[in-house]
Write a protein that binds this ligand. Structure first.
Ligand code: SLL
Length: 263
């Protein structure tokens, strides 16, 4: 059992961004040779992971992750304990896709119950449309990554302190140019790299870079897509209402005609 956690901080909600998902690569003599001892029918190597956005440490709130893989895989339930600054990760090989269950265990100070996520392991190119699928076919790996935000609602005060003890306030000027999580000499406070994120913060990076697809830029692109979709829906709605009106009018005319004919 978790130790007594004090009082909850009322009216406070703290969230922390994180990323989970899978990355798969087909075996290929040149680019991804099959290691010795791997069964003949295995076609891919893959990883499943839970990690911080921008690879920032999340072990101050997430203690361990239990990954439940397909029963055909030896030792298919695996508990991965957090190591500071490292992703919770499993490397495997296999031949088939399946649903992975990930149970997140929080640090004891949080007094939070574990929470379960489900994720489909993708080995083969997929996509919401042909364009996405084609792009994936060209890539050497199939990524299925999800951006998520963990919400802690009214955290206990000890946990609140842990959550908020690292980051500098956004209003504090950063001297820039330093690595994420570095400490400034003067203040001992963590410094934000150019466009990067602070440790123990809810920030996401300003821009994408290889291997880090979730940023403010990505968010903007998504927002733009949503806005365009909303405009389209609005247009469709208008057109449909006009159609309904025209049909109602036609119905009235026909009714009037038939009343005349009947009289
Ligand atoms: C399918 N329903 O038919 C899925 C099952 C199982 C995947 C996929 C075995 C690896 C091992 C493996 O890849 N199982 O033998 O270690 O597609």
């Amino acid at each position: 059992m978790a130790p007594p956690a004090g009082k909850r901080v009322k009216g406070v909600q703290i969230y922390r961004p994180f990323v989970y998902g899978t990355t798969a690569r087909p075996f290929d003599e040149k680019t991804n040779p099959k290691p010795p001892g791997i069964p003949d029918d295995h076609t891919h190597s893959w990883t499943v992971f839970v990690k911080g956005v921008d690879d920032v440490d999340i072990t101050y709130w997430l203690r361990r992750v239990q990954f439940k893989l397909h029963e055909s895989i030896p030792n298919h339930v695996r508990m991965i304990d957090g190591e500071k600054g490292k992703p919770f990760m499993i490397h495997e090989t296999g031949w088939g896709e399946f649903e992975i269950t990930m149970k997140l265990y929080y640090v004891p100070e949080s007094n939070e119950k574990p929470q379960t996520l489900y994720h489909h392991l993708r080995l083969h190119p997929y996509g919401r449309n042909e364009e996405e699928k084609e792009a994936m076919k060209k890539s050497p790996e199939v990524k299925s990554w999800v951006y998520e935000e963990q919400i802690f609602n009214e955290p206990y005060d000890a946990f609140y302190d842990i959550l908020t003890s690292g980051a500098t306030a956004p209003s504090l000027k950063s001297s820039g140019g330093q690595k994420t999580g570095g400490k400034s000499k003067e203040s001992g406070q963590p410094q934000r790299s150019e466009g990067g994120v602070l440790e123990r913060s809810a920030m996401i990076p300003l821009h994408n870079r290889p291997g880090h697809p979730f940023s403010r830029d990505t968010e903007e692109v998504e927002m733009k897509k949503l806005k365009e979709a909303m405009v389209k829906v609005e247009e469709m709605k208008k057109k449909m209402l006009a159609d309904i009106k025209a049909k109602e009018k036609r119905l009235m005319d026909l009714k009037a005609d038939s009343a005349k004919a009947g009289s």
